[in-house]
Structures are given as structure tokens and as C-alpha cells.
Design a binder for this molecule. Structure first.
Ligand code: NDP
Ligand code: DGY
Length: 326
């Protein structure tokens, strides 16, 4: 039902977001927001969710059965992310709560970052920069800091949706040999991009660069484990900008230490943040970024505005600009 101008719906925002998003919400709703830079503590979220009609959340907020049980008035959950593995979709669906998310608008930023991460890993940018800073750059040397080039490479994608395809389009300009992909369904865009669908084993076997761009779910959980690494090329570079849980991280540590694969670039890890003393940070053949795939200011502004607009649409009985159809 449409809210009368007398009764304003209530919304809780779990992070400090930009003024534009807050203004969109405040025009229509009474807004309460967590003001810390850290994630909202579960007890605080539980207290607030009981009161509100709409929730503006981010990927660190675990929206689980217990929390939903307290959300007696909740009509819409809008997450400032395209990934929604932090939401208990079955429970949300049972309760008839609508879900908003932010696909497409972050695709280009995330594709750009993934290419940056790939080059940083394969051309050893962080390792080389650190070496130069600490005085290990003594002279130009024929084989010092050599990495792996993209030219003539076979690039494989595990997951070939919006982001995977945009990465592939950009990588074509690097004179690569071929693009392979594995996903549940064949992609109509594959022909235009020049990508061939292969099964998981062939993807592992043939890829010089293997880019993980899938969503996180029961089937993709830890699919990159020692078994998978052993089926990859010894010179393969693994890049993950999906979710940390897709990789069995202890197996990756072993695979990098024992040179089962050549290197890995990770924008996502388990847990997040990865503790600074974690062994992965000690490995020269691993580049780790703190989950910054979509982190350009313009992109994050668009994401937060869309997240707010999704909430307002539901509370005003209008079509959501970006609904996740459950
Ligand atoms: P899409 O839904 O467009 O693409 C997801 C892809 O994953 C699809 O090709 C899908 O295949 C594939 N997939 C899912 N399950 C499986 C499976 N079991 N086996 C094989 N393939 C599978 O999403 P986006 O491209 O927009 O985003 C992808 C993910 O990237 C997000 O879910 C999020 O986790 C992550 N992300 C990370 C960011 C970062 O900051 N690092 C930023 C943005 C997103 P099919 O279509 O056939 O089902
Ligand atoms: C997402 O949107 O799922 C990312 O992980 C953060 O932008």
C-alpha cells in the first residue's frame, strides 16, 4: 500500500553513505543509520531491524534467518552490491520481502580493477616496486623480475556473466590467443566476444590465465581446491575478483608455496579483512587487494543512489529500478 504523507516509512542504513543516497531516502522515509565506519554490530542491527520497513545494507551484513525473524515490518532489503550471497534468499522469499541490488553499474569498474590485478600479478608489479624501494634494484638485469605476458595466452573465465564478459572484451586488445569460459548456461554474447564454452576440466587444463568471475553459491564454494590447482598449468595465473569462498584458501597457499601454479591475484579472500600476518601476504607470487573491485567514487555513488532508489520504489508501491527476482 502507498504510505500517506502522515505516516512515513522507516528505513535503517547499515553504513555511512553519501549525502545523495541519504537525501533520496529522507525525502520519503524516516531514516536511522549506523554511524560507525566498522560494520554494524549484530545486536544493533537486530534492534533496528525490528522497527523498519526498509533496510539499506552492504555485503558485510549477514541477513540470516535469526535476523529476519525479528524483522516484523520489513518489506524491502536493498544491498549496495551485485553479489547477494550474504542474504538468506530462501528465508527472504518465504517472508515475501523484496530485494534490490546493483548489477551493471559496477561492471566496468570491476572489470578495470580485475585487469589491473591481473597485470600486477603476472608482471610482478608489487614485488618489483617493493624491491626497488628497499634497494634490491642494483642494475638493469636480463632476467630480473620477469613475469608472464598476455600475448598469445589462453585466457579462461570461470563465470562469464556481466563482469567476466567485460573483462574479456578489454583483454582482447592484449593480442591474446583465445578466450575460454565455463558457466552453467551458454552465453549469447560469446560469439561476438570470440569465446568458447568448455567444461571445467578443460578450462583448468588449457588456461594460461584463469579469471574467476562467478557468483558465490553452494556449487561454486571452494571449487578452486588442490584438485583443481593440480589440473592447471604449472605456469598458470589465477585471478579472483568474485568471492573469497570460491577458493579453498589453504589449498591455494600450498599450491603457491609448492609452485603447483605460478601465481595468484586476489581481490577477495577468506576472511575479509585478511589478517596482516596471514601467510598469503608473505608470498611473492600472490597479490592481494582489499576487495576494491567496484571502488571508484563515481561507481560507489551510483551504487548507493540505486540502493536508496530501490527502497523508495518499494515503499511507494512503484517498480524497483533494479530488483533481484527471487
Ligand atoms: P553475473 O550473474 O552476471 O555472472 C555470474 C556468472 O557466474 C554467470 O556466468 C554464472 O553462470 C556463473 N556461475 C554461477 N554459478 C556457477 C556455477 N555453479 N558454475 C559455473 N558458473 C557459475 O554476475 P556479475 O558478473 O555481475 O558478478 C559476478 C560476481 O562478482 C558477483 O556475484 C560478486 O560476487 C562479484 N563481484 C565482486 C566485486 C569485487 O569488488 N571484487 C565487484 C562486483 C561483483 P550462468 O549465467 O550460466 O548461471
Ligand atoms: C559486489 O557488488 O558484489 C562487490 O563485491 C562490491 O561491489
Amino acid at each position: 500500500q502507498r504510505y500517506s504523507s502522515m505516516i512515513r516509512p522507516k528505513v535503517y542504513v547499515t553504513r555511512i553513505v553519501d549525502d545523495e543516497a541519504m537525501d533520496i531516502l529522507k525525502k520519503h522515509c524516516d531514516v536511522t543509520a549506523w554511524s560507525g565506519t566498522d560494520p554494524v554490530p549484530p545486536a544493533e542491527l537486530e534492534k533496528n531491524i525490528a522497527q523498519v520497513d526498509g533496510l539499506f545494507c552492504v555485503l558485510t551484513d549477514k541477513i540470516n534467518k535469526k535476523l529476519l525473524g525479528m524483522a516484523k515490518n520489513l518489506k524491502v532489503i536493498s544491498t549496495m552490491s551485485v553479489g547477494y550471497d550474504h542474504l538468506d534468499i530462501n528465508e527472504i522469499k518465504k517472508r515475501g520481502i523484496r530485494v534490490g541490488y546493483t548489477p551493471d553499474i559496477l561492471t566496468d569498474s570491476t572489470a578495470e580493477l580485475t585487469i589491473g590485478l591481473l597485470l600486477a600479478t603476472s608482471r610482478r608489479l608489487i614485488e618489483a616496486n617493493t624491491a626497488a624501494k628497499v634497494g634490491h634494484w642494483q642494475t638493469w638485469s636480463p632476467f630480473w623480475m620477469c613475469g608472464i605476458g598476455l600475448k598469445n595466452a589462453t585466457v579462461g573465465f570461470f563465470g562469464f556473466g556481466r563482469i567476466g564478459q567485460e573483462i574479456a572484451r578489454r583483454l582482447k586488445t592484449f593480442k591474446i590467443k583465445e578466450i575460454l569460459y565455463t558457466s552453467r548456461s551458454a552465453k549469447k554474447e560469446a560469439e561476438e566476444i570470440g569465446a568458447s564454452k568448455v567444461n571445467f576440466n578443460d578450462l583448468l587444463k588449457h588456461s594460461d590465465f584463469l579469471i574467476v568471475a562467478c557468483s558465490f553459491n553452494e556449487d561454486t564454494k571452494e571449487i578452486f581446491n588442490m584438485n583443481a590447482f593440480r589440473n592447471m598449468k604449472k605456469n598458470a595465473v589465477l585471478i579472483n575478483s568474485s568471492r573469497g569462498g570460491v577458493v579453498k584458501q589453504d589449498d591455494l597457499v600450498k599450491a603457491l608455496e609448492e609452485k603447483v601454479i605460478w601465481g595468484a591475484g586476489l581481490d577477495v579472500t577468506t576472511p575479509e579483512p585478511l589478517p596482516p600476518n596471514h601467510v598469503l601476504f608473505k608470498l611473492d607470487n600472490c597479490v592481494i587487494l582489499p576487495h576494491i573491485g567496484s571502488a571508484t567514487t563515481d561507481c560507489r555513488k551510483e551504487m548507493s543512489a540505486l540502493t536508496a532508489n530501490n527502497i523508495v520504489a518499494v515503499l511507494n508501491n512503484q517498480q524497483m529500478p533494479s530488483e533481484l527476482h527471487l
